[in-house]
Design a protein around this ligand. Structure first.
Ligand SMILES: [Zn+2]
Length: 411
């Protein structure tokens, strides 16, 4: 009645049923997996996605997950933010890998021999620690647990919840107007913070956080706004001369998901500014452009726009689109010297010949006639302070920017 194959299938089925019922024990011994004392927690806001495991020496190997760009080979892993949970007193060795980034279609690692880590045992107070560079673009961090958990990140974090707290704090101030201009790809609100009076003779536009890991821009913007809202004689002088418009966190989706660079659709918000942005793939740029078109049409075109970023260079990226840019270059030279005079900026501007086409700096000039530049903040080392940067350094830089802009608009 049964052929041989049917009989074999029934025998296998019976074996499985008995095994599930526990009446047949497996003959192969279980793999001996030692339970590590260390747990890596990435289940919180802005934590970076990763795989991790303990090796035979008990070191924790953390494999970061690349952030990929759509329509190119580019991939990035500059953001890492995770929590180590381990017994107090334990010496933990962490090895981070997958730093083989592709940048402008060229292989490039984001880590150098002086890439620091920032560490916090309470999630509030952060300190910078040196790391060790290993072959094959890996980074080693040694840590002695002085509390049951330690947050570790590439840059002192600034999350959406930090921005929300900040907006809630300033929104009742009479000098502040917060206007929603659209939504990110995943539906998060994009807002422009206006500080001061639109009738002031000059207008400044700032954008922060086009790239998700670059928290320095948010800290700088917070320091800048705090200074403008101090309500002293000096702040009144600033706001008599200029009005400020800020898109504080362009890439909220990337920040929420702990990504490095691109928006939720793999779009680089600091590229392709030579053309109008697609409303579906890059709504973060599309709504900013829409806002800017309205400003231009209402005769409220910004006199200066800065896009604030983090990189390991720290330069002011002067735009060099085609055409006569003599007056603009003179203004950028003035901005460079004022930054050196009033802040700890010493890194200087990009040299003639340097171009980064498609950035907001170039696109604002080419398409809107707005003088613009990309301001990179070095996240590895602040030469002017001889230290690795923390939030306090960018807050203090932001607090000095009103002086820079005040004198920038001197006659
Ligand atoms: Zn950037």
């Amino acid at each position: 009645m049964f052929d041989k194959n049917t009989f074999m299938s029934l025998a296998v089925l019976l074996f499985c049923v008995l095994k599930m019922a526990g009446t047949v024990s497996a003959q192969t011994p279980k793999d001996a997996v030692k339970t590590p004392e260390v747990f890596i927690n990435t289940g919180f806001e802005n934590a970076s996605p990763m795989n991790w495991e303990a090796d035979s020496a008990g070191r924790i190997i953390l494999s970061l997950v690349y952030d990929h760009e759509r329509f190119s080979q580019n991939r990035a892993n500059n953001h890492w933010h995770f929590k180590v949970e381990a017994p107090v007193g334990k010496e933990v060795t962490l090895i981070l890998q997958n730093f083989d980034n592709i940048w402008n279609n060229t292989h490039a690692s984001p880590i150098s021999k002086q890439s620091p880590a920032v560490i916090s045992f309470d999630g509030k107070t952060w300190e910078s620690r040196p790391t060790e560079y290993l072959a094959d673009n890996r980074m080693l961090i040694r840590l002695k647990m002085t509390a049951p958990s330690a947050f570790i990140a590439s840059v002192e974090p600034y999350r959406i919840s930090d921005l929300d707290k900040f907006l809630a704090k300033i929104k009742t101030n009479k000098l502040v107007t917060i206007t929603p201009i659209g939504k990110t790809s995943e539906g998060r609100s994009l807002e422009i913070i206006k500080i001061g009076n639109e009738k002031a003779p000059k207008k400044i536009f700032l954008r922060g956080r086009a790239h998700a890991f670059e928290a320095g821009g948010n800290w700088t913007i917070e320091g800048f706004v705090n200074r403008l809202l101090q309500d002293d004689a000096q702040s009144k002088l600033y706001l008599k001369r200029f009005c400020v418009y800020i898109l504080p966190m362009a890439n909220k989706d990337g920040v929420a998901r702990g990504k490095t660079r691109f928006n939720a659709n793999g779009y680089d918000l600091n590229r392709k500014w030579d053309k109008p942005a697609d409303s579906l793939i890059a709504p973060e740029n599309y709504y900013l452009e829409k806002w800017l078109h309205k400003m231009v049409a209402a005769n409220k075109k910004p006199d200066l726009a800065l896009d604030i970023h983090n990189d390991p260079g720290g330069n002011l990226h002067v735009s060099r689109p085609d055409g006569d840019i003599t007056a603009y270059l003179a203004n950028m030279a003035k901005l460079d010297s004022l930054l050196r005079k009033y802040t700890w900026f010493t890194e200087g501007s990009t040299k003639p010949g340097f171009r980064n086409p498609g950035t907001l700096g170039e696109g604002f000039m080419e398409r809107f006639g707005v003088e613009a530049a990309v301001y990179e903040l070095n996240y590895e080392w602040v030469a002017g302070l001889k230290k690795a940067p923390l939030a306090e350094d960018w807050l203090s830089l932001g607090g000095k920017l009103p002086d820079v802009f005040y004198h920038y608009f001197d006659k």
